[in-house]
Write a new protein. Structure first.
Length: 304
């Protein structure tokens, strides 16, 4: 029976001969949207579902996900706990240098790593840097599921499309939407299934506002036009930042040594994480836009 390195260390057995695991890519071109935090919470949620999970940090410069997982490993060792850990890899060093070059060295190495991990895990979670580079663009074409966290504002919605006017309306496609469209084209040409694109509204305000309502209305328009489904993600909560140093997630708050008393805000945060996990595991009821279901995976950008 195959056992990952993390499973051996913590007595957790990966499933035998899992076949091709699903590749989940966390990506956008803007920083500060909670991308690595979302990746870590999704990884832990999947592990707690009994899934075998591998993670790959494609951000060779900052490596936030890598530090998060290292902090978790240290917590496990220091507290003697049996918390689940993914099998983690980081593309760094010469691979990082290759990302900015026209050659395919970085992409080839990333593909080999993804293929190897997908052959032995249920899910492979890739955390892309909050910037544009060839490897981040290539990762999109490898995604079974692409998750794009955005802050709940028109500043960040500009990542998906150019918005203007009063009331707000879509003026045209953004560079990132074009990047995803090109990734879908490459994936279709290689015979892959269409990418399930999920846009995650992060840093939501608990208060209803005209801005929040307008952002939701524009997202509805864009979902139908360029082929994604959107979910309410994580509200603005201090707890998400507080747990980083211990490598913990909101799902771990009952663990000894967490040092945080569970309250109603944390319970609500756990529900936000489970909603995202349900979407990835296809247990949710959020419809996938027709363009995302199309066999050629070609959402229309011409109408934007």
């Amino acid at each position: 029976m195959h056992r990952t390195a993390a499973a051996v260390a913590h007595g957790l057995t990966a499933r035998e001969a899992p076949g091709a695991g699903r590749v989940v890519v966390l990506g956008n071109e803007k920083g500060g949207t909670g991308k690595s935090t979302t990746a870590m919470h999704l990884i832990v949620a999947l592990l707690r579902e009994g899934k075998s999970v591998a993670s790959v940090d494609l951000d060779g410069h900052q490596g936030t996900l890598t530090r998060y997982i290292e902090n978790r490993r240290k917590f496990v060792e220091g507290e003697g706990r049996r918390l689940r850990l993914p099998e983690h890899r980081r593309i760094a060093g010469r691979e990082t240098a290759a990302m900015g070059l026209p050659g395919a060295t970085g992409q080839a190495e990333a593909d080999a790593l993804i293929d190897r991990l997908a052959a032995t895990h249920d899910h492979v979670v890739l955390d892309c840097p909050g910037t544009d580079n060839p490897l981040a663009r290539h990762a999109i074409s490898r995604a079974d599921i692409l998750i794009t966290p955005i802050n709940d504002s028109f500043v960040d919605l500009d990542l998906l499309a150019r918005i203007g006017g009063t009331p707000p309306r879509v003026l045209g496609p953004s560079v990132y939407s074009q990047t995803v469209w090109e990734g879908r084209q490459r994936r279709a040409m290689s015979g892959g299934r269409p990418i399930d694109w999920i846009v995650l509204r992060n840093r939501l305000s608990p208060l209803e506002s005209r801005n929040k309502k307008n952002v939701g209305a524009v997202l509805e328009q864009l979902a139908a036009r360029i082929g994604f489904r959107w979910l309410d993600g994580f509200h603005e909560r201090v707890i998400f930042r507080q747990l980083f140093l211990q490598g913990l997630t909101v799902l771990d708050l009952r663990e000894k040594g967490a040092g945080v008393a569970l309250n109603m805000s944390h319970v609500a945060a756990r529900q936000e994480i489970r909603r995202l996990a349900d979407a990835v595991l296809e247990r949710d009821t959020v419809p996938v836009a027709a363009a995302a279901r199309a066999e050629d995976a070609e959402p229309s950008l011409a109408g934007l």
